[in-house]
Design a protein around this ligand. Structure first.
Ligand code: MN
Length: 223
């Protein structure tokens, strides 16, 4: 489903208490029904007077952010990012235990020395990310995996990277349960990862990049 203005607060793919004991009910309730709703409302408020942008999906608002009118550019970047990043984050967790498998597992074990090395690197980077932001696992155009810390609601899309997983390390993502102990939240999040969804995103990224490289010569002839 392609979303565009007016954006809606999409329901979670599970209940607020479904991720217990890893991610607690109160955090999930506030994170989804309050924090995400604010990004949705702000984005709609910013876009309302700009009818020419009302059919732009989230990805385009982010990828072509520089084309937006200057007075709403940063606001749309922040709030479209807030909607996009949270939808990815919430769908990247599952009440059902899943395991790393498939093409993503093959790639991960190719791009990192071992699972343990990947886990430790991810953990340290998420712990050290200063202030608010996300740690991203993303795939470049060749399918190579990278770990990328980004501040605030920035997304890796304009860097030509496809998001595979994102860990929200804003304090609102863990403070109600873990207070200042971000490390405990990171450990808990790892137990809630939806690896089936991560594999789906990785395969979609490979397919998308493969079809883009096939289409490239045609696009050149048109111009
Ligand atoms: Mn958040």
């Amino acid at each position: 489903m392609i979303q565009h203005y007016p954006f809606e607060l999409l329901p979670l793919p599970y209940l607020y208490d479904s991720l217990e004991p890893h991610i607690d009910t109160e955090t999930m309730f506030f994170h989804h029904s309050k924090h995400l709703r604010t990004y949705v409302d702000n984005l709609n408020r910013l876009l309302k007077p700009y009818q020419e942008l009302h059919d732009w999906p989230l990805e385009r608002l982010l990828l072509e952010n520089q084309k937006l009118p200057e007075e709403i550019r940063q606001g749309v970047w922040n709030n479209a990012g807030g909607v996009y990043n949270h939808q990815l984050y919430f769908a990247g967790m599952s009440p059902k235990p899943t395991e790393l498998h498939g093409k993503l597992k093959d790639a991960l074990l190719l791009d990192f020395p071992s699972w343990e090395d990947f886990y430790e690197t991810f953990f340290e980077m998420a712990l050290k990310l200063f202030g608010s932001g996300y740690l991203w696992l993303a795939a470049d155009e060749r399918g190579k995996l990278v770990l990328l810390p980004l501040p605030n609601q920035d997304t890796p899309l304009p860097k030509g990277l496809s998001p595979i997983l994102n860990l929200d390390v804003w304090e609102h993502a863990y403070y109600l349960k873990h207070k200042n102990l971000r490390a405990n939240y990171i450990k808990a999040w790892f137990l809630a990862i939806n690896w089936d969804e991560a594999e789906r995103r990785y395969q979609a990224a490979l397919f998308q990049n493969a079809s883009q490289s096939i289409q490239a010569p045609d696009a050149g002839q048109e111009s």
